[in-house]
Design a protein around this ligand. Sequence first.
Ligand SMILES: [Zn+2]
Length: 154
Amino acid sequence: MEHSIAIERVVNIPTNRKRGEHLLVKAVVLSCVDPGFKEPFKALMRHLEFRSADFDHLGWAGGAKGLVDPGAPLLKQISTLVKLHHVPEVILMTHSDCGAYGYPKFPDENQEHEFYANELRRAGGELMKFLSEENLAPKVSAYHLDFVGAVRIF
Ligand SMILES: [Zn+2]
């Protein structure tokens, strides 16, 4: 058979897993895609002692906000990953000055943390309700990334 498409290998590197093998996934992590918060994200994952191969990373504009947006396709996506990879934990994140929240401004850091904590509690509640209807009960935790690092919400 003749092939009309020329396929050129451009990268040579082994994957983390072999064909048919499955890695132990410790968590599904949902965070915003904002590249400005990659460093606190990476530092938080190091602090939690997760290597990049340890978790399923879902990037979504607004992070945890995607769980309460109309339609909320992320709820189904997370339940699929929890089932498929037998994931014991889901980690939700938000970050300061997030465009998906309309770049909200606050008079001080406490009020900013309280705003995002309420958003994360609301998103976590929606997620736990959805997952319990599918008889899934992973641990759900939440963190907020700010301009100087990360804080634990629950
Ligand atoms: Zn964002």
